[in-house]
Design a protein around this ligand. Structure first.
Ligand code: F6R
Length: 366
């Protein structure tokens, strides 16, 4: 059932082009300029009247929530707060019936997320679920929702569940942007076509596997690793770091690139690989100067760059090229080489990638 792959995780990484396609099948009608999601359509006024959206989730799903914060604010101009479900539920949070809560959970069984939903409902908030497992507790507890349709994810480290969550959240942000008129029709249509081309671009970026394997060979012995990104790719940096630590047991941290100089820069020396997501559109000049700062302290740079980039190529120890797309859609692309990096390093270190120590696929206790 691993389909010839050595591990479920690798199979699931490679399934992403088709998983993303399945996620928008029947929902994304690019020629007509329509996004059809019944859970959103049936509750459109609630979303449009929302004072703010509160996103609750844990782990990788929380990272998808952070990407959604950029999407909803940037495209649909709706204020968003992203909360760890565990903190939210115990914080005596301010919630009103004018809030819309989006709960994101692959398994649909995460105890803290489920409790956060119940709390939000008790204050009269409308709660929308983004789940992968059909009929799961969270899918049943929420007022409405959209499934990710990623298919079963067996590897404990979440891969295709993450990219399909982002796909659903992108569809939602675009639908709301269109309904609110925060985006011109031509811009909106361009987005739909760009989104539709993502599976092909993911397919293309999967071809970076050989260079990523080479990078993995080089750095498999390190004890620490830093991940940096800005804007839409800041959550991707967090996700890259989480993936590496959970399956390879290397200590890794993700940071917004500009935060480096407020602390983590002290860690940089010739033994510290720094993975920088530095695609052309996302505040490129700023990230180039962050790379210079790392380089002048002898840090090792692995950069994820837009195809054809030459500036960073000269500065970095390794570059992984990714195809160009709208900045808002880059997380769907830049995540892929980071998944592969953690996978290969973990395999090279002899780790059990599909079932890392101390971790469970669904966390049904708090
Ligand atoms: C990381 C991972 C976990 C989950 C988290 C939430 O790879 O899988 O961090 O993302 O436990 O799980 P769900 O999405 O099922 O609520």
């Amino acid at each position: 059932e691993k389909n010839g792959y050595d591990h479920f995780m690798l199979k699931e990484i490679y399934e992403q082009p088709s998983a993303i396609l399945d996620t928008f099948r029947g929902r994304l009608l690019s020629n007509e300029g329509i996004i059809k999601m019944s859970g959103v359509e049936d509750n459109l006024q609630k979303f449009l009247n929302a004072k703010r959206i509160i996103i609750v989730a844990c782990g990788t799903s929380w990272h998808a929530g952070l990407v959604a914060e950029y999407l909803f604010e940037d495209l649909a101009r709706i204020p968003v707060e992203v909360e760890y479900a565990s903190e939210f539920r115990y914080r005596n949070p301010v919630i009103s019936s004018e809030d819309v809560v989006i709960a994101i959970s692959q398994s649909g069984e995460t105890a803290d997320t489920l409790a956060a939903i119940k709390l939000a409902k008790s204050f009269g908030a409308f709660v929308f679920g983004v789940c992968n497992v059909v009929g799961s507790s969270i899918a049943r507890e929420t007022d409405a929702g959209a499934y990710t349709h990623a298919g079963p994810e067996i590897g404990v480290a979440s891969t295709k569940a993450f990219t399909t969550q982002i796909t659903v959240l992108t569809l939602m942000a675009l639908r709301l942007a269109n309904a609110k008129g925060t985006m011109s029709t031509s811009e909106y249509k361009k987005f739909l076509f760009d989104l539709e081309s993502i599976p092909n671009r993911v397919e293309e970026v999967l071809k970076s596997d050989s260079i990523v394997t080479e990078i993995s060979e080089k750095y498999k012995g390190v004890s620490n690793c830093l991940y940096l990104g800005r804007n839409y790719n800041f959550p991707v940096a967090l996700e890259g770091a989480l993936k590496l630590k959970e399956i390879s047991y290397i200590h890794a941290e993700g940071y917004p690139a500009a935060e480096m100089k407020h602390g983590p820069i002290a860690l940089i020396d010739e033994n510290m690989p720094v993975v920088v997501i530095a695609t052309k559109k996302g505040h490129y000049d700023k990230i180039v100067s962050n790379i210079q700062e790392i380089k002048s302290r002898n840090g090792r740079i692995i950069a994820i760059v837009t195809k054809g980039d030459t500036t960073i190529k000269e500065m970095a120890d390794y570059v992984v090229e990714v195809p160009e797309t709208s900045e808002s859609l880059t997380p769907l692309i830049t995540t892929i080489p980071l998944q592969l990096l953690s996978y290969h390093i973990a395999v090279m270190r002899g780790c059990n990638v599909d079932q890392p120590r101390n971790l469970a696929k669904s966390v049904t206790v708090e």
